[in-house]
Ligand binder design. Structure first.
Ligand code: ADP
Ligand code: MG
Length: 697
């Protein structure tokens, strides 16, 4: 063959041609290689056809029979057109129905042999007999040039596109796979295949598409067969190999060895009004041990909201400063950056450490002092590192993030010429399997303990028409001297509308709570205004702070004990968890009150239920993962990760850990994969367009 499979256009496979290639491209299939990893969405067991007489109600089943009639029926007064197809196999009849799709009539004629699959229901008019609404169908007599791929076996069903029937799609896939099989080279190191008893690659490809032998149908449909496992293993292995190479690269780079007595940190520690938790102490030790090593630190700190990550970050920054370097802390929003700035500035009172705030709206100030090294600690947004702010001697970067700063950006950071130590703190806990992926190139620490004075926040879900109850409760808390947040959702289509909701909300609350001061903060405000409002809330000049979601992350006012969220159903779980994390930060019992519409989608109901039931952020993250799946949820799309086509981080969690272990072991042994040129090529292609993992090649 002239070209490798990943460059071989499907157009040139015998029997495909430009016309069909165009249709396939719509499904994302351009090369033969793409087709190999275009897995069936489900499988149908056509080894033994179920007799119509044996069908059961309310289950998904498939039958095979002859069309006895195909009629378009109009309901009285012509309100609706129903296409009815009656199929018989000699043991009974089943009626298939399509509503308002009159063109379906053209597809079938009497005598055609057809496969139908769908949920079998009791016939609505007669009360007996079988019907299937909107079944998947396939006409057996369509073409007969390939034996045995459409029946008498387990057949794959692929996602199709207009212009391709299930049957022709199957045939195309069959042709491509037959064409490709002899060319498939197994790039996986032998010992790994042996260790996990994986089937050969060509065998896996063949069987996920056209299963042979006795693979249980459920295993296939759930993508748990050994053949699916092999493909999932490969994909996760390639992912982890890339991460391992990146990590190895960092380990081989020369970093700064921070040697200090720890005087600065000790000075700050003495002034803290609390004891560090055991988890904080442990994590600080892990960080210090990294910083003292000659290789750059690259560590992820996970900790639930309120676990005290900021102070841990500060300990690292002070070590860097004491060693004569600068440290930078990047926050996801300006408000958060400001807050970190003021908190840390406070803690640094009495030391001679100089600190500066640098955000989009506060740029030109003192950038030359950063460049000259007069400023020790710089707090800012991502602009800090992405744009060309010059440092004299940047030794440590702390990223307080919300998954917006992915693998690629971290790699960029390193390639900017300096090799600072990097500490990533996640604002929202994420499940282990996901952090192994998104942050798989980092070492990992977890602050798995909340400060001892914390009491779990009590969470209640209310309907909007129960607002009076809520106001009464709110009043009670305010009378005790506590403060509250009231959050309105950001309405994505219209910033104006969300602002209006918040403004109206504030005015209404002020009327209902005349003896208290109700303030408003929103994203459109000028920086100075926002700062003033935040300060007033912190110092207690404002009792109730109404806002759009700008306070989502990180704000810290221990006296605030009530978090009210309007239209809570519009928020995601991690957002709600973040919002709830704004309260419960002091010694008083705190409350989170979620107001929701009466009628909720199933997903929204699950989310609210989850919030009421769990307080542990890791637990909530797991639930979120289950409800929504990984991709959308944690923005793996934007994270710079290759797309996962065949594996699923939830389903394949075990496969992931095995793949990770093997990948890291292999890269440790042979960092440039000199002994595995085939694997190296596949790996580079896998990460192509993302990052160039082997700089030399
Ligand atoms: P997060 O991990 O959510 O970023 P913060 O660092 O903002 O949490 O800390 C939350 C609050 O807890 C802050 O007011 C902080 O001063 C306080 N805090 C941090 N560590 C402790 C501790 N060990 N004991 C008591 N309070 C603490
Ligand atoms: Mg924080």
């Amino acid at each position: 063959m002239s070209r490798p499979l990943h460059e071989y256009s499907v157009q040139y496979v015998k029997g495909i041609g430009p016309q069909r290639a165009k249709l396939l491209a719509r499904l994302g299939i351009k090369t033969v290689y793409d087709a190999l990893y275009y897995l069936p969405i489900r499988y149908e067991d056509r080894r033994v056809q179920k007799k119509i007489a044996e069908l059961r109600y309310d289950t998904f089943q498939s039958v095979f029979g002859k069309v006895v009639s195909a009629e378009l029926i109009e309901t009285p007064r012509g309100k609706m057109k129903i296409f009815e197809l009656v199929v018989s196999d000699g043991t009974g009849v089943v009626t298939a129905k399509w509503f308002n799709q009159p063109y379906m009539k053209r597809m079938f004629k009497k005598g055609d042999e057809v496969f139908l699959s769908g949920v079998v229901k009791r016939n609505r008019y007669w009360g007996v007999g079988f019907e299937i609404v909107n079944p998947d169908y396939e006409i057996a007599s369509e073409d007969n040039d390939i034996e045995n791929i459409h029946s008498h076996r387990i057949v794959p069903v692929y996602r199709c596109t207009a212009g391709l029937t299930a049957r022709s799609m199957r045939k195309i896939m069959y042709q491509i796979i037959q064409f490709a099989l002899p060319e498939i080279k197994d790039y996986m190191p032998e010992e790994i295949i042996k260790r996990h008893r994986l089937p050969a690659l060509y065998e896996a490809i063949q069987n996920v598409h056209f299963p042979d032998g006795d693979i249980p149908l459920d295993d296939l449909n759930e993508r748990r067969s050994i053949y699916h496992r092999r493909l999932a293993f490969d994909e996760l292995f390639l992912l982890q190999c890339g991460l391992a190479v990146m990590k190895k690269g960092v380990q081989q780079a020369r970093g700064i060895q921070f040697k200090t007595e720890g005087q600065l940190w000790d000075a700050v520690l003495k002034r803290l009004s609390f004891e560090l938790t055991g988890a904080q102490k442990r994590v600080i030790e892990e960080i210090y041990s990294d910083m003292e090593k000659p290789v750059p630190m690259n560590r992820l700190i996970q900790g639930d909201v309120g676990s005290g990550k900021t102070i841990v970050a500060l300990s690292a920054m002070l070590k860097a400063v004491e060693a004569g370097y600068q440290a930078a802390l990047m926050a996801p929003t300006e408000i958060l950056a400001e807050q970190h700035y003021y908190n840390i500035k406070n803690l640094l009172d009495g030391t001679d450490v100089s600190i500066e705030l640098l955000t989009g709206s506060k740029r030109d100030r003192r950038t030359d002092e950063i460049a000259s090294g007069k400023v020790d600690i710089v707090i800012g947004t991502h602009a800090l590192i992405q744009e060309a702010v010059e440092f004299k001697a940047l030794g440590l970067v702390v990223i307080d993030e919300q998954h917006r700063f992915g693998v690629m950006q971290r790699a960029m950071l390193r390639r900017k010429g300096f090799n600072p130590d990097v500490l990533v703190m996640t604002a929202t806990p994420i499940p282990r399997t996901l952090s192994l992926t998104l942050y798989g190139d980092l070492d990992y620490s977890v602050i798995d303990e909340l400060p001892p004075d914390r009491r779990p926040v009590i969470t209640k879900v209310y309907r909007h028409d129960q607002k009076a109850l809520l106001i009464k409760f709110l009043k009670g808390e305010l009378k005790k001297g506590r403060q509250a947040y009231v959050v309105f959702p950001l309405i994505e289509e219209s910033e104006k509308l969300s602002l209006k909701a918040a403004v109206t909300g504030r005015d209404e609350l002020q009327l209902l709570l005349p003896e208290f001061r109700v303030g408003l903060i929103h994203g459109r405000m000028k920086q100075q205004e926002k700062e003033q409002i935040m300060r007033d809330f912190k110092t207690g000049k404002i009792d109730v702070l109404v806002s759009t979601t700008v306070i989502e992350v990180g704000v810290d006012v221990p006296n605030a004990t009530v978090m009210v969220v309007f239209h809570a159903e519009r928020f995601g779980l991690s957002q709600l968890h973040q919002l709830r994390g704004r309260v419960g930060r002091g010694k008083h019992q705190s409350y989170c009150m979620l107001l929701a519409e009466n009628r909720l989608t199933e997903e929204a109901r699950k989310r609210l239920y989850c919030m009421a039931k769990y307080t542990d952020g890791f637990r909530i993250a797991e639930e979120d993962f289950k409800i929504r799946g990984p991709g959308e949820l944690f923005g793996t799309r934007q994270s710079g990760m290759p797309d996962l086509r065949v594996s699923d981080l939830l389903r394949d969690a075990k496969v992931l850990s095995a793949a990770r272990e093997d990948a890291f072991r292999l890269i440790e042994k042979d960092p440039e994969l000199r002994k595995y040129p085939l694997l190296k090529g596949v790996l580079e292609r896998f990460w192509k367009d993302k990052i160039e993992i082997f700089k030399t090649s």
